[in-house]
Write a protein that binds this ligand. Structure first.
Ligand SMILES: [Zn+2]
Length: 140
């Protein structure tokens, strides 16, 4: 073992000493500079960015969001009042009735953030009006 240079204060230490004589920092290996590939990849990762829909929703908890909670293709305003382990809850309070709706995160098709507002698109079954009424026979 050779003498080592303290990574904190750059003092030279004897091989046998576990801590720096000058600043008391413990011995550690010099940090290895990142490779070109590691630098390239780090450009695409924001350390504070949410990694799940739950984390994304926690940032918006209590806010009004847009969600297609009634008609598949129509967004309406509702309050994101609950962000739970496996589902989230929205309160649709327009009109006289208050409807609390719960959706699993797996129901989310996409989210959009525009002008500071979160818009959530959830999976809903689409039935085309008329298709069943006209020319539809059920074989029995
Ligand atoms: Zn030191």
């Amino acid at each position: 073992m050779e003498d080592w240079t303290c990574q904190d204060c750059k003092a030279i230490n004897e091989a046998a000493s576990p801590n720096c004589w000058n600043c008391k920092a413990p011995y550690r290996l010099p940090s290895v500079p990142p490779t070109a590939e590691e630098i390239r990849r780090s450009q695409f990762v924001n350390g504070d960015a949410p990694t799940t829909f739950r984390e994304l929703f926690l940032k918006r908890a209590g806010d009004m969001v847009l969600i297609n909670c009634e008609e598949p293709s129509k967004q309406k305003s509702a309050c994101l009042i609950g962000v739970h382990g496996e589902y989230f809850s929205i309160l649709d309070a327009r009109g006289k009735q208050q409807t609390l709706r719960h959706y699993p995160y797996s129901a989310i098709l996409s989210c959009a953030e525009h002008d500071g507002a979160l818009s959530i698109e959830v999976h809903r079954q689409v039935f085309t009006k008329g298709a069943f009424a006209v020319g539809m026979s059920i074989p029995l």
